[in-house]
Design a binder for this molecule. Structure first.
Ligand code: G1P
Length: 297
C-alpha cells in the first residue's frame, strides 16, 4: 500500500513579467479570472481532490497572496452589518478553504529548486505539485485521476496533454509507451522546452504532478539545465529511468484546461469561464454574438 497523498505544493515565485505593469506590485497568481484570483481556482482544485494541506513556495510580493487566504475581519464585519451574506460568503470562502502554509524560495533558481524548498514541510511522503498558470475545469477530474494512478502503481505521475507542434517548445515534452490503461502511459524520455521543430513528440507536461518523495534526493543533485535553472523535468527524467522508484507515468488529459500564463490565453480563459457563469454568462454570450461578426471586415 502506498502512503496516501495529503499535501499540495504550489510554486508562486515567478516574476510574471509577461503581465507587467499589472504584476509590478501584485503576484501574477493574484490576477483575476472573471472575479476570482487564478490561485484560488488552483487551491480549490487541490481541496476538491482531498489535498487540504497547501504549501505555497513564494517569492517577492507574497503579501497579497497571504492576505487573500487569511481572514479579512474588518471587511467581514462591514458586510455582516449590511446583511450582505452573498458577498460575506465570497470573502470567507478563500480563508476557510485550506490549511495554508508558506515557505520562501529565496533565489529563484527554477521550478526544481522551488519544489526542493517544500521538502521540510512534505517529508517522506508522496505529494502533488500544482502550477498556477493552468486552471483545470472543475468538471474534469485530472488530479483525482492522477492520485488514483499514483496510489495503484506507487509511481510518480505527470499530467500530459497533446499540444500543437508549434507550441511544443514552451513545455516539457515526453516520449511514452502505452500501458494496459487507455489514459495512462509510461514515460520513457523527457526534454525541457525543446528547440522549435525538434520536439520528440506532441505530449506536453501540463502543470500537475504527483511526485514520490525520492524526487527531493534527485533534485538536490540536479544541475542547472534549460535557461540555467534547476528543472523539475530533468529530475523526472532520472526517475523515469529508475525502476527502484517505480519510474514515471503520465495521465493523458483530454479535458478542459485554461492557460493563464500569457496574455492572449489569459483573455481567452476569462471569456471561456465567464460564458459558463449563471450571472454574467447570458449577457456576455449575447454581446459576443453581436461583437464577433463586427470583426469580420
Ligand atoms: C513549467 C515546466 C514545464 C511544463 C510547464 C507546464 O514550465 O518547466 O516542463 O511543461 O511548466 O505549464 P514554465 O511554464 O513554468 O516555464
Amino acid at each position: 500500500m502506498s502512503t496516501p497523498v495529503t499535501k499540495a505544493v504550489i510554486p508562486t515565485a515567478g516574476l510574471g513579467t509577461r503581465f507587467l505593469p499589472a504584476t509590478k506590485a501584485l503576484p501574477k497568481e493574484m490576477l483575476p479570472v472573471v472575479d476570482k484570483p487564478v490561485i484560488q481556482y488552483v487551491v480549490e482544485e487541490a481541496v476538491r481532490a482531498g489535498l487540504g494541506d497547501v504549501l505555497f513556495v513564494t517569492g517577492r510580493n507574497k503579501n497579497a497572496l497571504e492576505n487573500h487566504f487569511d481572514r479579512a475581519t474588518e471587511l467581514e464585519q462591514i458586510l455582516h452589518r449590511k446583511g450582505d451574506q452573498t458577498k460575506l460568503h465570497k470573502v470567507e470562502e478563500s480563508s476557510d478553504l485550506a490549511d495554508v502554509h508558506y515557505v520562501r524560495q529565496g533565489d529563484p533558481k527554477g521550478l526544481g529548486h522551488a519544489v526542493l524548498r517544500s521538502r521540510a514541510h512534505v517529508g517522506d511522503e508522496p505529494f502533488a505539485v500544482l502550477l498556477g498558470d493552468d486552471i483545470i475545469d472543475e468538471r474534469d477530474h485530472l488530479l483525482e485521476r492522477m492520485l488514483e494512478v499514483q496510489g495503484a502503481r506507487s509511481t510518480t505521475v505527470v499530467a500530459l496533454m497533446e499540444v500543437p507542434p508549434s507550441q511544443a517548445h514552451l513545455y516539457g515534452i515526453a516520449t511514452v509507451e502505452a500501458t494496459d490503461e487507455e489514459d495512462v502511459v509510461r514515460v520513457l524520455g523527457l526534454v525541457e522546452k525543446p528547440e522549435p521543430g525538434s520536439a520528440p513528440s506532441n505530449l506536453a507536461i501540463v502543470g500537475r504532478y504527483v511526485l514520490r518523495p525520492e524526487v527531493y534526493g534527485v533534485l538536490e543533485r540536479t544541475e542547472p539545465g534549460k535557461g540555467g535553472e534547476i528543472q523539475l523535468t530533468d529530475a523526472l527524467l532520472e526517475m523515469a529511468r529508475d525502476e527502484s522508484v517505480g519510474g514515471v507515468h503520465g495521465v493523458v488529459f483530454r479535458g478542459r484546461r485554461y492557460d493563464t500564463g500569457d496574455r492572449l490565453d489569459y483573455i481567452k480563459a476569462n471569456v471561456q469561464l465567464a460564458v459558463e457563469r449563471d450571472d454574467i454568462g447570458p449577457g456576455l454570450r449575447s454581446w459576443l454574438r453581436e461583437f464577433v461578426p463586427s470583426l469580420e471586415e
